[in-house]
Design a binder for this molecule. Structure first.
Ligand code: ZN
Length: 408
């Protein structure tokens, strides 16, 4: 299998305000960037050395009037509200702190009648399943949990590890693309996600309050779509997948979107000040959310993305591919929210980033029928030359935020 070349900038630049670098891939709502990770964009760092995520944060705190935004939210909700017993909005989520917060506040504070939907994790952790159940049982929501064909999902997940070192692609595509399809089938015109993608450093110009469901595929171009790093037409011809096997991972078709001109996608993080720590307390109180009793490997926290056993591996592979592991992502947010200083963030990166995720690794590899040796080999195959150097004591990053890299 030919190794995919990533196109992240060859000169590594770190943001002056947080701990992230210009190697961080960001997705924008257009289909071509989410489906084929090699077409990903990378986070911009401007000439003053500040990244887009930090810039967005500065705007969020200085120039946004949150009371105005809340008025906008109420106006929007009034436009879509239904009082005839039908669902008036669709909230995708897992029962993690953010989706629990979003669903609960829209239903109980703003009086909406949401349908929640879940694309379940590939391999639930006990804590993830418990939180999912509590979300519905304590919070009180109708839910559709969609289980994709496990044989197909497993094959595609294995292929995306081998071809892209991306264990989470099927999950990301599935959960992203499910919502408009269910909304279409249930006659719901409003989809509400929690966090705005700009929080993660997506280009600021894409941070509109409302995005038409832009992720749509055009039937005549389907042959050129990539899944698991393989061309759609090859998946059908050489790998014997059926169209029906793959359709659930693709966005809604443009033909359907055209029939539903009113369908809109919004992010609650645009309307309400989005602070992960506060969403955590809110979801504990209102939806029975529980943090995991132990620290997540590769980072310092216990309450974020804890549903799927594959999650830890996903962040580990991000560390291999882009030199940024889970601590870099988590610490950057905490620094921006001023819960920790930049100096403390850097120390956390030094301590935990790239920690090998062995707690769930055996379960995951067993499920995927991949040996540990071949997984490690695949990882090494994806280390980019401008990021990694092989030394006598193993692989070392060339550049780190702490200036401890071999080339710093
Ligand atoms: Zn930054």
């Amino acid at each position: 299998m030919k190794k995919i070349k990533f196109t992240s900038p060859k000169k590594v630049l770190f943001c002056k305000k947080c701990v992230l670098s210009n190697q961080k891939p960001v997705t924008i709502p257009e289909f071509k960037h989410t489906i084929n990770r090699t077409g990903a964009l990378y986070m911009n760092i401007d000439k003053d050395g500040i990244c887009d995520a930090c810039k967005y944060h500065a705007i969020k705190y200085k120039t946004i009037s949150w009371s105005k935004r809340e008025k906008e939210l109420k106006k929007l909700l009034n436009k879509f509200r239904k009082n005839n017993g039908e669902y008036d909005c669709l909230i995708p989520g897992s029962g993690g702190k953010d989706s629990a917060f979003t669903a609960h506040i829209l239903k109980y504070k703003y009086g909406m009648n949401p349908l929640t939907i879940t694309w379940p994790p590939i391999l639930y952790t006990d804590y993830g399943y418990e939180n999912f159940k509590n979300w519905l049982e304590v919070g009180g929501f109708d839910n559709i949990s969609f289980k994709p064909n496990p044989i197909v999902q497993k094959k595609l997940t294995k292929l995306s590890i081998q071809n892209l070192l991306h264990p989470f692609q099927t999950f990301i595509l599935g959960q992203k693309n499910l919502a408009p399809k269910i909304a279409y089938n249930y006659g719901i015109d409003l989809i509400f996600y929690g966090e705005s993608e700009a929080e993660y450093g997506a280009p600021i110009k894409n941070n509109a309050s409302s995005l038409r469901a832009k992720s749509a595929y055009v039937e005549k171009n389907i042959k050129n779509i990539y899944l698991s790093g393989i061309k759609y037409s090859d998946l059908i011809k050489k790998f014997n997948f059926k169209k029906n096997d793959l359709d659930i991972y693709l966005p809604i078709s443009e033909e359907k979107i055209k029939k539903r001109k009113k369908l809109q996608v919004h992010y609650l993080g645009y309307y309400l000040k989005w602070i992960p720590q506060e969403n955590y307390y809110y979801s504990v109180e209102n939806c029975g959310f529980k943090a995991r009793p132990f620290r997540t490997q590769g980072t310092f926290q216990k309450f974020q993305s804890i549903d799927d056993k594959i999650d830890d591996l996903h962040y580990y592979t991000s560390f291999i591919k882009f030199g940024l592991g889970r601590t870099s992502h988590d610490a950057a947010k905490e620094v921006r929210n001023k819960h920790i200083t930049l100096q403390e963030g850097k120390k956390l990166v030094e301590k935990f980033d790239g920690e090998f995720p062995d707690i769930y690794l055996n379960d995951v590899l067993k499920y995927l029928e991949i040996t540990k040796d071949s997984f490690i080999k695949t990882c090494d195959n994806f280390r980019q030359d401008h990021l990694w150097k092989k030394t006598n004591s193993g692989w070392k990053l060339r550049h780190t935020i702490n200036k401890t890299g071999t080339d710093d």
